[in-house]
Design a protein. Structure first.
Ligand SMILES: [Fe+2]
Length: 309
């Protein structure tokens, strides 16, 4: 259940309304680095959370705070759009394209569609489509996704801070940037509780004995012959998880050239395709890895999820 409070989480003040800045602010609402993204990401992670209850509570409470940030930024957009109709008129009416670009630089839909209000879109007017919501069911994987969200979000916030001279807007950003600092810290704290880097690789519930260990900690160089591989922390010494030694190897083709079967008649490929070509194995793959040979995958998934045999 959710409750509302008519007040903002932090004061939002605009000293000099600027419709172009309102358009820039949209990125922090509906952009992939924005507040809708983090709110929805934390909510879906919380609603699907299994295991210790404290992580569900943590996610729920921060998701709810992110709604307050959407509210603050939407208020900032609306305040920046006050008096925006004259700017649109001047931009549309001006003969000089440079003046049009300057005065008409605002999102026309801020006038046409909303009459001076925020929209769930990014700075280019593209609606937020939820495809950047990560909620994997693995708490550690989700924490890394959350850190990516908060780091790119804080980066965007600092750019928006840089883009304005408005004291009210700068004050708002100084608060939101501080909250991004804390959110980076709290997700990192969860990772520390989960064992930190020593708990890598994710998921740690998959037995590492089942992976081809000779490939687990090798940096595969794909540069042309004669070019030295890039050297760094990743090339020598113990791995981050402490389970191996970094080294590099020249990437080698371990498989064969793929040869697909001839096209099926009902695919209506060209006659030359239907009649020519090698028409080789129905399920090419590496013969010493029969599990890669295709078939039965969906049955396997179904059995795992339903507990069937
Ligand atoms: Fe936020």
């Amino acid at each position: 259940m959710f409750y509302t409070d008519g007040r903002l989480q932090y004061p939002v003040r605009v000293d000099s309304p600027n419709p172009l800045y309102a358009k820039m602010l949209q990125q922090a609402i509906g952009g992939i680095e924005g507040e809708i993204r983090v709110a929805m990401q934390y909510f879906f992670q919380a609603w699907g959370a299994r295991g210790p209850k404290k992580y569900r509570d943590l996610l729920l409470q921060t998701a709810t705070e992110e709604l307050a940030h959407i509210e603050m930024l939407s208020t900032a957009v609306a305040l920046n759009l006050e008096g925006s109709k004259p700017a649109v008129e001047k931009g549309v009416g001006a003969k000089n394209p440079a003046i049009q670009a300057m005065l008409g630089g605002q999102d026309p839909r801020h006038y046409l569609s909303t009459g001076a209000a925020a929209m769930p879109t990014d700075a280019n007017g593209v609606p937020f489509d939820m495809s950047h919501i990560y909620a994997s069911g693995n708490l550690a994987a989700d924490m890394y996704a959350n850190i990516a969200a908060e780091t790119t979000g804080r980066l965007l916030a600092t750019r928006l801070y840089e883009l304005t001279d408005d004291p009210g807007m700068k004050d708002m950003w100084s608060f939101l940037i501080a909250r991004d600092t804390m959110h980076q810290q709290q997700w990192l704290a969860v990772l520390e509780e989960l064992g930190g880097p020593q708990a890598l690789p994710i998921p740690n519930s998959f037995p590492q004995g089942q992976e081809k260990s000779e490939f687990s900690y090798a940096f595969l160089t794909t540069g042309v012959e004669g070019i030295a591989p890039p050297e760094g922390r990743w090339s020598t010494g113990p791995t981050i998880d402490g389970r191996g030694e970094f080294h590099h190897e020249i990437a080698q083709p371990l498989g064969e050239e793929p040869v697909l079967s001839s096209p099926a008649e009902v695919s209506f490929a060209q006659n030359e395709q239907l009649q020519g070509g090698p028409g080789a194995s129905p399920h090419s793959g590496n013969p010493d890895q029969p599990e890669q040979m295709g078939g039965g995958t969906m049955d396997k998934v179904k059995d795992k999820l339903t507990g069937g045999s």
